[in-house]
Design a binder for this molecule. Structure first.
Ligand SMILES: [Zn+2]
Length: 230
């Protein structure tokens, strides 16, 4: 049965995570490999050699001198948050069985609420953009989804004020992966992302992180607007 497969699979523990992403150096190396899977290529002149400026953590092309950071133009750009905290946020978000509140993320990361909210919604945006690319087809599975209701100090879980339960009809493709309609709200995208990766807890973290690496940055105002409008 599908549920047993999900429950009995080997998980990805905090120890595994710390082994892979526990230091800023490890996160930077991983990010570099994801961003340049074929090795460094200058985006200005396509040269393939570079040097690393230690003082400002910039990569500089050896031919044209173009400089950029590992995170520039991507979701993590303009963030003062260390990569270790971004990666930990991805780990917590992807390994949690249910939706992770911004308040819980605040506690786990040791950051303020606004930072936790932004981190969470930027990562959900990456999930959404990743899921939006899927195509419609296959059979349909029904499940309960709770949408909204997250605010400071509120009751949490099923009885939380402002949370709207609705029955989500998720179309499945031939591999049994959930398929989302275009432009679906971020929370529904999170549900689809979890559902699609339920058989592979070890891969879901890098999958989400790679989606984040591919996603352009979204300014806070747009992030808020898109959430309200779904
Ligand atoms: Zn160059």
């Amino acid at each position: 049965m599908a549920e047993n497969q999900v429950q009995s699979q080997k998980g990805y523990s905090v120890f595994d995570f710390m082994q892979d992403f526990g230091t800023e150096d490890k996160c930077e190396k991983t990010l570099f490999n994801w961003r340049f899977p074929q090795g460094y290529v200058c985006r200005e002149c396509s040269n393939t050699t570079y040097c690393q400026l230690k003082c400002r953590k910039l990569l500089q092309c050896n031919r044209c001198g173009h400089q950029h950071s590992l995170t520039s133009g991507k979701l993590f750009a303009h963030s003062k948050l260390p990569l270790t905290k971004w990666f930990m946020a991805i780990h917590l978000l992807t390994q949690s069985k249910t939706e992770l509140s911004a308040m819980e993320l605040k506690r786990q990361l040791g950051v303020n609420y606004d930072t936790a909210w932004k981190v969470k919604h930027k990562l959900l945006q990456a999930m959404k953009e990743s899921e939006d690319k899927s195509k419609i087809g296959g059979i349909v599975q029904l499940d309960y989804v709770y949408w909204g209701g997250e605010h400071r100090g509120g009751k949490r879980g099923r009885g939380a004020g402002g949370k709207t339960p609705f029955l989500a009809a998720v179309a499945l493709n031939e591999k049994g992966h959930a398929i989302a309609p275009k432009h679906l709200p971020r929370h529904l995208a999170e549900y689809c992302f979890r559902f699609n990766n339920r058989f592979n807890l070890r891969d879901i973290m890098p999958r989400q992180a790679k989606a984040a690496v591919r996603t352009p940055p979204m300014p806070y105002k747009l992030l808020k607007l898109a959430e309200v409008r779904g």
